[in-house]
Ligand binder design. Structure first.
Ligand code: MTE
Ligand code: MO
Length: 513
């Protein structure tokens, strides 16, 4: 039927209509992603949607996602989002077959919702609406172009179908091209790799003690004393890694201080650098889990930096903030009283990897990462626990979160089939701030027997241990417990990571022939 303005409405099949709407929706994301490059990468509708979902996912669902998908939880998120968007696109497509204006209105409304969500991101500026607005405008135009044909060609039945497929392919290709261009241009605009490669590490005035990882080579499969950066666990809320060059980086120290301080990277580099070996641990680590790593951190004493600002004695909390809006609340005392609490710029003698906080992050021995280890840190606010909360503490995790005494069996592997006779059992144990005094192993219901510990490096680093077991045929359970340097034995009581870290003893079942 001819329209007054000379277009006819196509009525493709249901599947074709859904595909057309999906292509239009993809164009919203692709164009939005490209536009966001010029505003702020995190204003991309794609990341806005993902981050909004992550922030509002209920804890139980997030926990199951992490349990099911492990480190692939971000992939799981992407797949879930793609599925939800496919459903939304199908709805828009089916609507467009009957009433194009309503379908366009629905797509526009979704665009407005995304623009609104963009404004709620922690680092948002008013410009954050622009990618969603431009993206959805282009998407609506594409949707109309797909469902309308100039009146004349609409009369020719043959070419219409082909024209529709061509147009559909064109829109889908444009969506992919825009998204890819966004990625490419984005990477060019923020050349972090180059900035990182050019970073000459500070000369350290207080070097850490030399490391002699005596057990590294002795036991195959045992966790190495120093965790290579490439194997170091990564935990953060960033869907898009922040890209901050040293030239762009600033640190502001403010709040309950005598004088506010602003430092750029050159000014930071003029200060005295130190280094320290510290085992970092995530509160989400399950008993026997691998969310812990030990690295040599190089940087600047946080206590010195804070002293320059003159913190008020009433300020019992340091609220640190990353460039992407993550926050952590650290007890001021844990930093002022500890010369190893660092603003770190290097890990294992290399500039921080981008995923681990380039160009600067916090490291505070003895506290779980979510209350101490802010990566890409740009802001330290002195405040009080009765006034402020941080990202995870707002979500119910404990405000005070010292790391709990833990021990782990690395070898033999779970359900390993072993030969009877001498078997090496080995692993690591940690109790940052207190130190590990002993590790003990139990076979089945037998007595606890002392393992051999690698030399203690410091209270803040884990210790490797080994024990030689005279294995007898049968199925056996091996269990480990640590004793910290205050004499406390690691508890047997099983608790979940929420709200302040898991407890319980790691065990492994093995088969001996
Ligand atoms: N900016 C930022 N810093 C962060 C986080 C985050 O989500 N964003 N997560 C924290 C948590 S929960 C942990 S356990 C450590 C992990 O540091 P890693 O990824 O270098 O191992 O970083 C902390 N710092
Ligand atoms: Mo964590």
């Amino acid at each position: 039927m001819a329209r007054p303005f000379g277009f006819t409405h196509r009525h493709p099949g249901r599947l074709a209509a859904s595909a057309a709407a999906a292509a239009a929706a993809a164009l919203v994301l692709g164009v939005g992603h490209l536009v966001a490059v010029f505003i702020d990468p995190v204003s991309s509708p794609f990341f806005v949607l993902g981050a909004t979902v992550v922030d509002h996912t209920p804890k139980w669902l997030k926990d199951s996602a992490i349990r099911w998908f492990g480190a692939n939880d971000k992939l799981a998120l992407a797949i879930t989002m793609a599925a939800v968007m496919a459903v939304a696109a199908a709805m828009i497509g089916l609507l467009a077959r009957r009433h194009l204006a309503s379908a366009a209105g629905l797509l526009g409304a979704l665009g407005v919702v995304v623009a609104g969500a963009a404004l709620l991101r922690p680092t948002a500026t008013p410009l954050f609406v622009v990618p969603a607005v431009i993206g959805s405008s282009v998407g609506i135009a594409a949707l109309c172009a797909l469902f309308l044909v100039p009146a004349e060609s609409g009369r020719q039945a043959g070419p219409t179908r082909r024209g529709f497929l061509l147009a559909l392919t064109g829109v889908a290709a444009a969506a992919v091209a825009a998204g890819a261009a966004g990625r490419f241009v984005g990477a060019r605009l923020r050349d972090i790799a180059g900035d990182r490669a050019a970073f000459v590490l500070p000369r350290v005035t207080a070097p850490a003690l030399p490391v002699t990882p005596e057990m590294d080579r002795v036991v195959p499969g045992l966790t190495r004393f120093i965790t290579p950066a490439a194997n170091f666990y990564r935990v953060d809320t960033a869907l898009q890694l922040p890209s901050l060059t040293r030239a762009q980086w600033r640190l502001r120290i403010h709040g309950m201080v005598e004088r506010e301080i602003r430092l750029d990277f050159d000014e930071l580099s003029a200060r005295r650098a130190v280094e320290s070996l510290i085992t970092l641990t995530c509160v989400s680590n399950e008993v026997g889990g691998d969310l812990a790593g030990n690295a040599l951190w190089t940087g600047y004493r946080l206590s010195d930096l804070l002293a320059e600002a003159g913190p008020s004695p009433e300020a019992d909390m340091i609220l640190s903030r990353s460039v992407d809006g993550f926050t952590a609340s650290t007890p001021t005392a844990a930093v002022l009283g500890n010369p190893d609490a660092l603003l770190a710029v290097a890990m294992n003698g290399e500039p921080l990897p981008v995923a681990h906080g380039y160009p600067a992050r916090m490291i505070v021995p003895g506290l779980y990462g979510y209350v101490s280890a802010t990566k890409w840190v740009v802001d330290l606010e002195l405040t009080r626990f009765d006034r402020a909360q941080a990202y995870w503490t707002e979500r119910g995790w404990a405000t005070r979160a010292p790391i709990k005494t833990s021990s782990r069996i690395d070898v033999p592997a779970a359900f390993a089939e072993l030969n009877a006779g001498p078997v090496t059992v080995a692993g690591v144990a940690w109790a940052q701030g207190r130190g590990i005094d002993a590790v003990e192993i139990q076979v089945d219901d037998g007595p606890w027997q002392p393992a051999t510990l690698a030399a203690a490096y410091s209270l803040d680093t884990w210790r490797q241990w080994t024990w030689t077991w005279d294995a007898s045929p049968g199925t056996h359970a091996l269990r480990v417990r640590a004793v910290d340097a205050t004499g406390s034995v690691q508890t047997d009581a099983r608790t979940t990571p929420f709200p302040d870290g898991a407890t319980g003893r790691h065990s492994r079942v093995v088969m001996v022939r």
